[in-house]
Design a protein around this ligand. Structure first.
Ligand SMILES: *Cc1c(COP(=O)(O)O)cnc(C)c1O
Length: 396
């Protein structure tokens, strides 16, 4: 097998990066649907287990198709090493839990994907790991929350669903000053529009289910960092707890990566136009979009992101009833809680993705009864604008 990774620009790395081509010279990446590997001799097995000879041992540890996906993600992210996981939540949980032990303290931005918040707020304390949730948009809140035993910072930016932006470089610098590590969930920005490792973060995690697949086919996740952190923290945790990605899903995600830049560019361009259109509608109380000058953290967006977003957060006047009426009147845009998909999707966070939060917690995050999250897909922009316009009219 041969594998080459050169100093390619992202679009090239996403088509060719990490490819392991077998002796058959296949064009597309091969799917190695195998759980294990055979050895030439007992001596060869011994040597491989000792690490004296390269090669695969067991697909819970590593698999050639999964390896291609991990290497291609490394080339895109500029990371030394990666581990692919069965879902985004498996990536987040592994990245957090392999870094801490009983008695340690985590500081996390409170605006987190619902399940991430559960891991930090509910699961970690069961094992003696305390967590403090802060309003992540002000660095002073992170500073105030630090304790002598703070080992880990965790944030998502832009956040789900209100697209708040956290200053990654500032939090990374605070983490470094106290010897803690910063884990960034970079799903909403995509690896193309924000580079947390370059901003000083230590670990980046993705739900590959979102833009990386981008076509609603499978779940997946990935954790990227420097080789030393992976060797010392993640390696054993990953091998022995088994959150590994299936080779078939790795192949699906490899194919997703090939078209990622084209899709994200088109979806972001459409989202920008739709956000501007929505901002002018009298039925819409508020539009939050990282590409607009009126975004609450526009200066930080400019500093750390290279594009707007494929997502828009909007508040419909008239609360839940008006938000539901708008959703129900849409024809092309589908009601679904996935995001980053080729199909445009809309969701009402208060009754779906964020229904488990208390009313106060939702209010803190800026999620009201009229809040909707729109994930802009690959349909023609004019068709989408027309669909939204007719739905607004019908929902009046
Ligand atoms: C979807 C999502 C996750 C979880 O990913 P799954 O693949 O659904 O497990 C984590 N973080 C963010 C920001 C997400 O959007």
């Amino acid at each position: 097998m041969t594998s080459k990774t050169r100093n390619w620009k992202p679009q090239t790395a996403l088509v060719h990066g990490g490819t392991l081509r077998s002796q058959f010279g296949e064009t597309a990446e091969a799917i190695y649907l195998t759980q294990g590997y055979v050895y030439e001799s007992a001596q060869a097995a011994e040597a491989r287990f000792k690490g004296e000879e390269p090669g695969f041992i067991y697909s819970r540890y590593a698999n050639p198709t999964v390896d291609m996906f991990e290497k291609r993600m490394c080339a895109l992210e500029g990371a030394e090493d990666a581990r692919a996981t069965a879902s985004g939540m498996a990536a987040v949980t592994a990245a957090l839990l392999c870094s801490v032990k009983a008695g340690d303290h985590i500081v996390a931005a409170r605006a987190l994907f619902g399940s991430c918040r559960w891991v930090v707020e509910t699961l970690a304390p069961r094992y003696g790991i305390e967590a403090t949730l802060v309003d992540g948009t002000d660095i002073a809140n992170w500073e105030k929350a630090v304790r002598p035993n703070t080992k880990l910072f965790f944030l998502e930016s832009p956040t789900n669903p209100t697209l708040e932006v956290v200053d990654i470089a500032a939090v990374a610098s605070l983490a470094n000053s106290i010897g803690a590590r910063l884990v960034v969930d970079n799903v909403f920005a995509t690896p193309l529009q924000q580079k947390p490792l370059q901003l000083g973060a230590h670990v980046v995690v993705y739900s590959a289910t979102k833009h990386i697949d981008g076509q609603g086919r499978c779940l997946g996740g990935v954790i990227l960092s420097d080789k030393k952190w992976i060797d010392e923290n993640l390696h054993d945790y990953f091998r022995h707890t088994g959150p590994s990605l299936s080779p078939f899903n790795a192949w699906t995600l490899l194919k997703g990566l090939e078209t990622l830049p084209v899709r994200v560019r088109q979806q972001t361009e459409s989202a920008g136009k739709i956000a501007d259109f929505l901002a002018e509608q009298p039925q819409i109380a508020r539009v939050i979009y990282p590409g607009r000058a009126d975004h609450p953290q526009a200066a930080i967006v400019k500093k750390q992101m290279s594009g707007g977003s494929t997502l828009i957060c909007l508040d419909v006047k008239g609360g839940k009833q008006a938000a539901f009426a708008l959703q129900n009147a849409l024809d092309i845009v589908l009601i679904s809680n996935n995001l980053g998909d080729a199909k445009s999707l809309i969701t009402h966070p208060a009754t779906t993705t964020h229904k488990n939060l208390s009313d106060e917690a939702r209010a803190e995050l800026g999620i009201g009864p009229g809040t909707l999250r729109l994930s802009v897909g690959l349909e023609d922009t004019d068709d989408l604008l027309e669909d939204i316009a007719q739905a607004l009219k019908a929902a009046k």
